[in-house]
Write a new protein. Structure first.
Length: 607
């Protein structure tokens, strides 16, 4: 029989390896930044064109490479970082597999310029799809510049698979965040299509977080510090009241390497036990230092997952440290003071020496009280009726032209206009509105119902030819980070359509000189915050409508919360307006708004 097994040619092997290391432009960004850090650079610049599809270039001031090394570094398994297997157990560098550059060079056009301090002349190498096209000596400054052009030029399937520019840039920025947060002492800057997006100077961890995520972050951080023999924990967790519904600001760095760990994430979340509103995720920025011997980084090519020797102990230490900080900073539980045992460590642990800090409970604390901007005790609060075709509210004059199609089928469920007469509604637990209907009883979720009413009102308003705006006497200043600004700039036209008019941009944010009628100035920052986080997490597609998203967000921020006592007039207003809506069954986020209990259901209970 003939022999059939052959060794794959190097360029094929490299292309296959590239599939694992390089999924998208952001993977290249990660590998190049890490190489610059490993080269002891103190200043690293990242240049991106067309979200990395055209160019990814990293320029550093690190130790550079000799002429021979410059050639060698593109070979498979070429690394200066380990020399034997035992070095794997005491890693102090990001890289060690020696496959990033060979993989990248297999699937793109690469140009390397590099020089060490000792050399007079540097090297220039150009490679296209693993083939060396040019080798020369040039005069360059100390350090390394690596430019990657036309990524996936020879793998059309991969190239076509890339997402929109917005999405790919988002991935790059996420990767950049991880690297710069892990190394606050290093200067980093980032440019996209010639615009500078980040310019970070050497600083401490807290300052770095603030410079990346904006000044608003400052008041949100609670320091965490714990020093044990096994593990050193430092960093910050976000105060529970600032927790968001979307993921994004959760960072673990183990020995200055960003890692993902659902297990450690669970430890942190469980420390917030009872402090978080439902479905909210707190931010955290936590550095864990452990003995390099006690971890295994080599379980995944991108090295974002690692294995710890003693995970249950880490879990318990981390949970205790975060709990301790929250306790120390007098963060009181929000709603549910009862301990949820499902949050306890899933493994038994023998760290009895850890004292769980006592958390002070403030039984009066109601998270919804904070929302002063929505004071609803007055029956005629403007917010309440806003966006509705309400004759009683003169401010809404332009809206009075909008006629809502009243839904005749839905309104017929009420018995002889019963809702219009008083005393037909009753509020339960400051959360549900109960009302009598022909066939029995209806239970309405007040928050969802009000959201639906406001949402339809605003959607009408936003889809009118000219939005109804209120000009602000003093422009409203919003502090935004540069990548947040980028998101807003991209949708400036859509914002204008909904009545948000931007008068000025500057380095730290923007100024609005008009906002839609019905929106309170004090609600604008949180609306923008949610807008930005929604755009980051939900990738806009063709069917995506900014008017719709804005209407949802504004409705959410203005709607009466569960927990608010409503007068009967308000209760009836909500129910009546709900059934004048086009879609009274579902909230803007597609949740059920009301249920009905039939007389026959009740009768059967008394059998
Ligand atoms: P690894 O980082 O796993 O060693 P790479 O393929 O990323 O593998 O890089 C190969 C080698 O090239 C590195 O070990 C290092 O010696 C050298 N190198 C890469 N980038 C730089 C840089 N920016 N400055 C100096 N040396 C570099
Ligand atoms: Mg590397």
């Amino acid at each position: 029989m003939t022999n059939v097994i052959k060794l794959l040619p190097d360029h094929v092997a490299n292309q296959i390896a590239a599939g694992e290391v390089v999924q998208r432009p952001s993977s290249v960004v990660k590998e190049l930044l890490e190489n610059s850090i490993d080269a002891n650079s103190t200043d690293i610049k990242l240049f991106i064109k067309n979200s990395g599809k055209t160019l990814i270039q990293v320029v550093d001031n690190g130790k550079g490479m000799s002429f021979k090394d410059a050639r060698m570094c593109f070979e498979r398994h070429a690394t200066s970082k380990i020399s034997s297997a035992k070095d794997l157990f005491s890693l102090n560098t990001k890289g060690f597999r020696g496959e990033a550059l060979s993989s990248i060079a297999a699937i793109s056009h690469v140009e390397l310029k590099t020089k060490t301090k000792l050399d007079k002349l540097g090297s220039l190498i150009k490679i296209e799809g693993s083939e060396i096209k040019l080798e020369d000596s040039i005069s360059v400054s100390d350090g390394t510049s690596l430019a990657v052009k036309n990524l996936f030029f020879n793998i059309p399937a991969r190239r076509n698979f890339l997402k929109s520019d917005t999405v790919e840039l988002r991935h790059i920025i996420d990767e950049f965040h991880r690297v710069v947060l892990a190394h606050p002492k290093i200067n980093f800057s980032m440019f996209h299509n010639g615009n500078d997006i980040f310019d970070l100077r050497s600083e401490n961890f807290r300052q770095r977080i603030i410079h990346v995520f904006g000044n608003r972050m400052n008041e949100k951080l609670v320091p965490v510090d714990e020093n044990t023999e096994l593990l050193k924990i430092s960093g910050f967790v976000g105060k529970p009241e600032f927790a968001k519904k979307s993921r994004g600001e959760q960072f673990f760095f183990v020995n200055q390497r960003f890692i993902k760990s659902s297990y450690l994430n669970h430890a942190v979340i469980s420390a917030f036990d009872g402090l978080l509103a439902p479905k909210k995720i707190p931010s955290y920025f936590l550095n864990l230092s452990v003995d390099p011997n006690s971890i295994d980084i080599n379980i995944h090519p991108t090295k974002t997952e690692i294995k710890f020797d003693d995970e249950p102990t880490l879990y318990a230490l981390l949970r205790a440290a975060v709990k301790h900080s929250l306790g120390q900073f007098n963060i009181a539980p929000v709603l549910d003071f009862e301990r949820n045992s499902s949050f306890d460590t899933p493994y038994s642990s023998n760290i009895n020496s850890f004292v769980t800090p006592k958390i002070e409970v403030d039984p009066e604390f109601n998270p919804f009280n904070k929302n002063e901007s929505y004071n609803f005790s007055s029956t005629h609060s403007d917010d309440f009726y806003i966006g509705i075709n309400s004759k009683s509210n003169n401010k809404l004059e332009p809206l009075s032209e909008i006629e809502f199609e009243s839904n005749s089928i839905q309104s017929s469920i009420f018995d002889n206009d019963e809702i219009k007469n008083s005393n037909n509604t009753f509020q339960l637990l400051n959360k549900y509105i109960l009302c009598k209907i022909k066939s029995g009883l209806m239970v309405v979720d007040q928050n969802r119902a009000h959201q639906r009413v406001l949402y339809e009102g605003f959607l009408k308003q936003f889809t009118l030819e000219t939005p109804t705006i209120q000009n602000l006497l003093f422009p409203l200043n919003l502090n935004l980070t540069s990548d947040e600004l980028k998101i807003i700039k991209d949708i400036e036209i859509q914002l204008k359509q909904t009545g948000f008019s931007i008068s000025e941009y500057n380095k730290d944010g923007l100024f609005l000189n008009a906002i839609p009628v019905g929106v309170k100035e004090s609600n604008v920052p949180s609306i923008f915050e949610e807008l930005i986080s929604d755009i980051k997490s939900e990738v806009p597609n063709i069917n995506f409508s900014y008017s719709d998203l804005m209407a949802k967000l504004i409705a959410k921020s203005l709607a009466t919360q569960n927990g608010k006592k409503l007068t009967t007039v308000e209760q009836e207003f909500i129910v009546n307006s709900l059934f004048a809506c086009k879609e009274p069954n579902l909230s803007p986020s597609n949740k059920r708004i009301f249920i009905t209990i039939e007389i026959s259901d009740l009768d059967s209970k008394f059998n």
